[in-house]
Ligand binder design. Structure first.
Ligand SMILES: [Zn+2]
Ligand SMILES: [Zn+2]
Length: 239
């Protein structure tokens, strides 16, 4: 399987990542990627960018270092209703919106409440990808989350960093999510979640899980730039 895009990359704007867009695109180019999504944390993350960071992304060119970029955010889900920490008018202007549950931004609730938060987020037509749903800090009912994602045409991320350096204890959850994605035909997005340029485009562990689950290439967004664009467009039509 040839992966041509990284849909989850951080820059120094996140406050706890260590490279610039120039460095990340250069790294992506060296690794043969055609596209990366710049997805810094939403404003509620301590040390994260303010909303004007996202509002001003329009000044960036769409190709940097010969790598196409998607201007995006990794928004924080702030409550059980699936509200995000960036207003709708900002989200609408971005190419791609990732959303997920993060420490310091969402207090873990019961499985029922966490599940509700994710499903309400999935139902938001502005959201494209749910990030690291396998995080053991926020237990959810995977069966319901994965089937809702299929119903609402939202991709679920298999986050390579969750399987290597952060969110310890994610492995079994991610394997279960991959199994259910195969069962329901849910779209999968790989994200390196790189906070350091060398990790851009690193998907080895995530890829292994997805292959073990038998998920076919057509359900994996990162395999084609055209597929990513068609997916983003299909969501735009429903706004
Ligand atoms: Zn981060
Ligand atoms: Zn991230």
């Amino acid at each position: 399987m040839n992966l041509v895009a990284d849909l989850h990359v951080h820059t120094i704007s996140s406050g706890h990542a260590y490279n610039t867009i120039l460095e990340n695109t250069q790294s992506a180019r060296e690794k043969g990627l055609k596209l990366i999504a710049i997805t810094d944390h939403g404003p509620n993350m301590p040390g994260g960018p303010n909303k004007y960071h996202f509002g001003n992304m329009k000044v960036l060119p769409s190709i940097i270092n010969k790598v196409e970029i998607l201007k995006g955010v990794e928004a924080n889900i702030v409550d059980m209703e699936g509200n995000l920490d960036l207003e709708k008018n900002f989200l609408q202007e971005l190419d791609i919106v990732l959303a997920g549950l993060h420490d310091d931004c969402f207090i873990p609730e019961s499985v029922e409440d966490n599940t509700k938060a994710l499903i309400q987020t999935i139902q938001n037509p502005l959201v494209h990808i749910i990030v690291h749903p396998g995080n053991p800090r926020f237990k959810v009912d995977y069966e319901r989350v994965v089937s809702a994602a299929a119903d609402y045409n939202v991709a679920l991320e298999i986050n390579n960093s969750s399987l290597t350096i952060v969110r310890k204890g994610s492995f079994d959850n991610c394997r279960e999510i991959a199994r259910l994605c195969k069962k329901y035909g849910t779209l999968v997005a790989f994200g390196s979640d790189a906070h350091w340029y060398e990790r851009v485009g690193e998907f080895d562990k995530a890829m292994k899980l997805v292959e073990e689950a038998g998920i076919k290439e057509k359900y994996i967004l990162n395999t084609s730039v055209d597929k990513i664009k068609a997916f983003l467009k299909s969501k735009k039509n429903k706004k």
